[in-house]
Design a protein around this ligand. Structure first.
Ligand code: ZN
Length: 217
C-alpha cells in the first residue's frame, strides 16, 4: 500500500500484517484500555456478566462496539446475514447459554445495510458462486433467496425497482424481521419472555453513517 493511500485508511492491521504486528497491536490496545479504563481487566478477570446477547452479521464493518460497549458487556453471535436458525445447534446453544446461564436481559438482532449475502441474492449472483468451493454458502444463502422471493412484489414496486441500494436496505430490514420472528419460536426465548426476564429488539446498522436505528419487528 502506498504512503498516500495509507493516510486514508484508519485500520490497525493490513493484509500483509504478520503475527508480530498482531502482538504489537495488542500491546498498544491493552495499554490504551488500561489507561482509559483502569478497572476493566480486573473486573473481567473475575468473570463475565454481560447484559445483552447481540446477534449480528459476520460483516467486518460492525459488531456490538457500534453502541460503544466495552469487553464484558455483550455476548455476541455473528453469522452471515444475522440468521437465527432455530434448527442449528450453535444457535440453540448460544441462546441457552446467554439466556439461561449468563442471564442476559436483552436480546438484539442487528442487521446492516449493504449486506453481501443479501446483495448476492438480489443481484442473482448466488448461481455464480464457484460451486465446488462455495457449495455450503450457496445452500446457506437459500434462506435469503427465499426472503427475496417472498417479497418479490414489493421489490418490484416503482419505489424499489431498479434501485439496488433501496432494495438491499429493504431486504436487510425484512431479514431482521424474519429472523426476529424465528427467535420468538425458540423455547428458551419464549420462556424468558414469559418470565419477563428479557427484552428483545431489532436494529439496523448503517455502514455508511455508523448510525443504528430501531426496526419495528
Ligand atoms: Zn451482512
Amino acid at each position: 500500500m502506498s504512503p498516500v493511500a495509507s493516510d486514508f485508511v484508519p485500520f490497525t492491521l493490513q493484509a500483509n500484517s504478520g503475527l508480530d504486528d498482531y502482538l504489537k497491536a495488542n500491546e498498544r490496545w491493552r495499554s490504551d484500555m488500561q489507561n482509559e479504563h483502569p478497572s476493566l481487566f480486573t473486573l473481567n478477570g473475575q468473570g463475565q456478566d454481560p447484559h445483552t446477547l447481540f446477534i449480528g452479521c459476520s460483516d467486518s464493518r460492525y459488531n456490538e462496539n457500534v453502541v460503544g460497549v466495552l469487553p464484558g458487556e455483550v455476548f455476541t453471535y455473528k453469522n452471515i446475514a444475522n440468521r437465527v436458525n432455530v434448527d442449528d445447534l450453535t444457535c440453540l446453544a448460544t441462546l441457552e447459554f446467554a439466556i439461561n446461564v449468563l442471564k442476559v436481559n436483552k436480546v438484539i438482532i442487528c442487521g446492516h445495510t449493504d449486506c453481501g449475502g443479501i446483495k448476492t441474492c438480489l443481484k442473482n449472483q448466488r448461481d455464480d458462486l464457484p460451486g465446488l468451493q462455495c457449495s455450503h454458502l450457496y445452500q446457506y444463502l437459500g434462506d435469503i433467496e427465499d426472503l427475496k422471493h417472498e417479497n418479490k412484489a414489493l421489490l418490484n414496486t416503482p419505489e424499489y425497482q431498479n434501485d439496488l441500494e433501496k432494495q438491499s436496505r429493504l431486504l436487510s430490514i425484512l431479514n431482521v424481521k424474519k429472523q426476529y420472528q424465528r427467535l420468538l419460536t425458540n423455547e428458551t426465548v419464549q420462556n424468558a419472555l414469559a418470565n419477563k426476564s428479557i427484552e428483545t429488539y431489532g436494529l439496523l446498522y448503517n455502514v455508511h453513517s455508523g448510525k443504528v436505528e430501531k426496526i419495528e419487528v
